[in-house]
Design a protein around this ligand. Structure first.
Ligand code: ZN
Ligand code: CU
Length: 486
């Protein structure tokens, strides 16, 4: 018994705390933006009470692989994420960040156009300021993209950077880290960043280790040269002293099915010498910009958007090609700039990576696509409902851990990711029996079932199947996170 009066008590629920520990029956007492206590609060007084009997009370999920930079400002309710139980996103992945972006012309070059247009943030501090001034519903941490740095510093992008250009990029990166970015991302697979040699990336990544910042990477090749690409990422990690985050780990292309057996064994070996972690989305189809090369490796391609032919969004490329009387590769070229969903993974690889104990669940959703990959709306409930409950691939406690406690620890998101006294009140209440993704490849923007309520910093952002309109999200700066970690 205590004299505290809580702002809110979530009572009678089953708490899965995000550490991976077994569920317990407990009440959660919240005051302001913090969890104050976890236990039997039946005699405590509170301004409001929520009965969570029969429901799971878990930490609000953390989506460490997103392209939400622009959406945090342009779609601040973040419905597609809040509806999944997400409380925090990490933006700026795959080399593509909205800041510090310096370009001339109307439209940033691809793949930066994946982020949507309409904002210009020449400095990372400008984007942090914008998030402070007009906060979104969810918390956000930001990465500085290597491709974004190149666009600002290089006169031509289809070659390695000169020493002067590298120096300019180092200054922009230093400024971004100073402003609060938690690391740098690369997308070495994508043109034009694929023209960057390893040495260029190392010279930038050297700034990360001393700052305690991360190196996240969309590998140069996730197909036939997956292992060489992993070695490159490990080398960059060793040279920079930074933790390496392998983005959306997979083995791509029909001829490489089964490749994650070797890649995970390699990662496991190297993890004994250096800090490596990875994220995965729970689907056997990928999604990114449309390219003829990728079409060749895929059993099916769905067009997600097309500047040249907006009317074909949502249709199969094979059907469009038949109509146009050409090959799918030629059709793809005619639709550019455009995006696609590529069926080019083996479900067994997806499940193998999901079961890897150090794999975090993350969406890689693309919020500006006209007809998006369903991972944008479905990732987290799909792991909870399909992979945990229906397939029994991992326990519910483990599944929750991979989307809360684990990403908070790996990304240094201090005070989040676990239900514990003193932590921020980022909380999801869901029904373990009914939680499931409803977005699929035919209906990609359906909200999940079973996510009852989501709180961010103590405020409800999702309730009764819709966004509340509250915007309690915080921009999470690296220095503040590190200071809180002590
Ligand atoms: Zn990527
Ligand atoms: Cu990505």
């Amino acid at each position: 018994m205590s004299d505290t009066t809580y702002d809110l008590i979530i009572e009678n629920g089953t708490v899965i705390d995000g550490t991976g520990a077994a569920r317990i029956k407990a009440d959660v007492g919240i005051s302001g933006d913090r969890i104050v206590s976890v236990g039997d609060l039946s005699t405590a007084s509170a301004s409001a009470r929520i009965d969570a009997v029969g429901k799971i009370v878990a930490p609000g999920f953390i989506d460490v692989h997103t392209h939400d930079d622009h959406a945090l400002l342009s779609k601040p309710d973040m419905t597609y994420k809040a509806s999944q139980g997400v409380a925090t996103v990490v933006a700026g992945n795959c080399g593509i960040s909205l800041a510090p972006l310096q370009f001339t012309g109307d439209r940033p070059p691809p793949p930066l156009d994946l982020l949507g247009d309409g904002y210009r943030f020449p400095k990372m501090a400008d984007l942090f300021d914008a998030l402070d001034e007009t906060p979104p519903a969810l918390n956000a941490a930001l990465l500085c993209g290597h491709t974004t740095l190149r666009v600002g510093a290089m006169s031509e992008l289809d070659r390695g950077a000169t020493d002067d250009e590298i120096e300019a990029m180092r200054q922009d990166l230093a400024e971004a880290l100073e402003a609060g970015a938690i690391g740098m991302s690369t997308g070495l697979f994508y043109p034009p960043a694929n023209a960057a040699p390893t040495t260029e990336v190392i010279k930038l990544a050297e700034l990360l280790g001393p700052a305690g910042a991360l190196y996240t990477t969309h590998l140069r090749d996730e197909g036939a040269h997956l292992e060489e690409s992993l070695e490159e990422a490990f080398e960059i990690g060793r040279a920079s002293g930074a933790k390496v985050v392998l983005s959306h780990h997979k083995s791509a292309g029909a001829s490489n099915f089964g490749g994650t057996k070797n890649s995970l064994a390699l990662i496991d070996r190297v993890r004994k010498q250096q800090d490596i972690t990875l994220d995965v989305y729970p689907y056997h189809a990928a999604s990114t910009v449309l390219s003829a090369d990728r079409v060749t490796e895929s059993s099916r391609v769905i067009v997600t958007w097309s500047e040249a032919r907006p009317d074909v969004a949502g249709r199969d490329l094979d059907d469009i090609a038949k109509e146009m009387g050409c090959s799918p590769q030629e059709a793809a070229a005619a639709l550019l700039p455009a995006g696609g969903i590529y069926f080019m993974m083996d479900e067994a690889d997806v499940q193998r990576v999901l079961q890897y104990p150090h794999a975090m669940v993350a969406s890689d959703g693309l919020p500006h696509d006209v007809f998006p990959h369903p991972r944008l709306w479905g990732t987290f409930p799909r792991v909870l409902g399909h992979y945990s409950r229906e397939l029994g691939l991992l326990t519910l406690e483990d599944a929750v851990h991979r989307m809360s406690g684990l990403p908070a620890a790996e990304f240094g998101l201090t005070g989040r990711g676990e239900i514990a006294a003193g932590n921020f009140a980022d909380i999801v209440i869901f029904d373990a029996d009914t939680v499931i993704d409803r977005a699929d490849f035919a209906h990609p923007t359906e909200a999940a079932a079973g996510i009852e309520m989501v709180f961010v910093n103590g405020k409800p952002v999702w309730r009764n199947g819709s966004a509340t309109g509250e915007r309690p999200g915080k921009a999470l700066r690296r220095q503040a996170l590190q200071a809180d970690a002590g």
